[in-house]
Design a protein around this ligand. Structure first.
Ligand SMILES: [Fe+2]
Length: 440
């Protein structure tokens, strides 16, 4: 090899390196410049989870997943029709995970100029355990207050109600009234607040009727997935329902937000899914089945909710001897907290405020149709105190529900055990008859 050729080789190699350097974004700057919303985690179950991320521009992205003891990380890209999709929001629905296992993940993007995968974000989550496991979760709902007040309320729930001890946190819908700015609502006033309080960037997200409203409401699906799903925690099976919008479509103001409602095929799809999920092995073998819903399982204000909901779950859940017996229906929506005891056939609710609208249109339910406990979290401007959080301790003994205001004041504290009347530990609730008249 001649000296001249060696010099040529050296110059050529350097020029290639310089060329690469000019076309490759350094990893450190890529991390900060590409990611607009850092990864969020939802739908964590024993063998599945969902992780999302948003970028400032459309990119091909994937998730690299590893657990200790794994043979090697696996990478799952967002693909369709044989291509890695270029899009700004990526949602990775992860399946075939191991129960009770901590996974490290890295979000990668494809840098076509090199080409190589560039890591842009990373995190960690743990799948729900299998087998019999006592656990605690916290449920919030109907946080239709100003963004600043919402953040303050969640902060207070961590500080005063012990929300940071939760095995998981569930938002039962209506995080705000209208989702013209979806990102601000769900990330700045919810996920970010969890992180600020030392909790993981992780929650179960139930879709409320207000998540049907607003210019950016479609982002619910892009970020979290379909409005109904199921997950397991230990041997408890959770069914998350989409209860739809509470109003029939109107073609005129003020109900303009219903114009894009197109529920028929969606209701049918959820009904088919529900029929399948309650016959699944995980549901049939569960020690307890808990429904996380946005709305109550009976008529309220109008029957539009109820008639649609009945089409999805009525055949299997309602009646005195249902095919799929559940242990709890936990929800929000009506801004009137109460609990129904299916054994004692008692109905306790918040002491009612002078609120003609709610009182006039509030309907009781047919107790013969409901054979499971119902527990309703509070919301603003209803019969109750305003915003509450419900702590749910699920154990072999039963389900203990403690409803608190953000300052930690206990509104109701009760344990439901299968086949027994509820044990009331303490309450501020009033006993009502089925026509909502307070009993002495
Ligand atoms: Fe609602």
């Amino acid at each position: 090899m001649t000296k001249r050729f060696l010099v040529f080789l050296l110059v050529f190699s350097l020029s290639v390196l310089v060329c690469r350097a000019q076309t490759t974004i350094p990893v450190s700057s890529t991390v900060n410049s590409l990611v607009s919303i850092t990864p969020w985690v939802t739908r964590v179950s024993a063998t599945s989870a969902t992780i999302g991320i948003e970028f400032f521009q459309a990119v091909a992205s994937g998730i690299r997943l590893s657990a200790s003891g794994d043979a090697g990380p696996r990478t799952q890209w967002t693909t369709s029709n044989g291509l890695m999709r270029l899009q700004s929001i990526h949602r990775f629905d992860l399946a075939d995970l191991e129960p009770g296992t901590t996974y490290d993940y890295a979000i990668v993007v494809l840098d076509e100029s090199i080409p190589t995968e560039v890591e842009v974000a990373s995190g960690r989550f743990t799948t729900a355990p299998a087998g019999s496991t006592d656990h605690v979760f916290f449920a919030v709902s109907d946080n239709q207050v100003s963004p600043q007040t919402r953040i303050a309320n969640f902060d207070a729930m961590f500080k005063n109600c012990g929300m940071g001890t939760a095995d998981f946190i569930a938002s039962l819908g209506d995080l705000d009234s209208t989702f013209d700015d979806f990102r601000s609502m769900y990330f700045k006033t919810f996920y970010d607040v969890l992180v600020a309080n030392g909790y993981g960037r992780q929650a179960q997200i139930v879709r409320g009727n207000h998540e049907y409203r607003g210019k950016e409401t479609d982002l619910y699906f892009e970020c979290f997935g379909t409005g109904y799903y199921a997950f397991s925690f230990g041997d408890v099976f959770y069914i998350v329902l989409d209860n739809f919008e509470d109003q029939i479509r109107h073609d005129s103001t003020p109900a303009h937000y219903t114009l894009r409602n197109s529920l028929e095929s969606y209701i049918e799809a959820e009904a088919r899914w529900f029929e399948g999920v309650i016959h699944s092995e995980a549901c049939r073998n569960a020690s307890k089945r808990i429904v996380l819903a946005h709305t109550v399982p009976f008529e309220f204000e109008n029957n539009f909710y109820f008639q649609n909901l009945s089409r999805v779950v009525g055949k299997y859940l309602f009646g005195s001897n249902p095919e799929c017996p559940i242990d709890l229906w936990l929800c929000g929506d009506i801004h009137s907290p109460y609990r129904f005891d299916p054994v004692a056939k008692t109905f306790y609710g918040a002491k009612r405020k002078a609120h003609p609208y709610k009182i006039k249109r509030y309907k009781a339910f047919d107790r013969s149709e409901i054979a499971f406990p119902v527990f309703v979290n509070d919301g603003p401007d209803g019969a109750g105190v305003d915003i509450t959080v419900t702590k749910c301790a699920v154990s072999q003994d039963g389900i203990r529900l403690t409803q608190m205001t953000p300052d930690g004041t206990v509104m109701d504290d009760v344990t439901f055990r299968k086949g027994q009347p509820a044990e009331i530990h303490s309450t501020t609730f009033v006993n009502y008859d089925e026509n909502f008249h307070p009993l002495p």
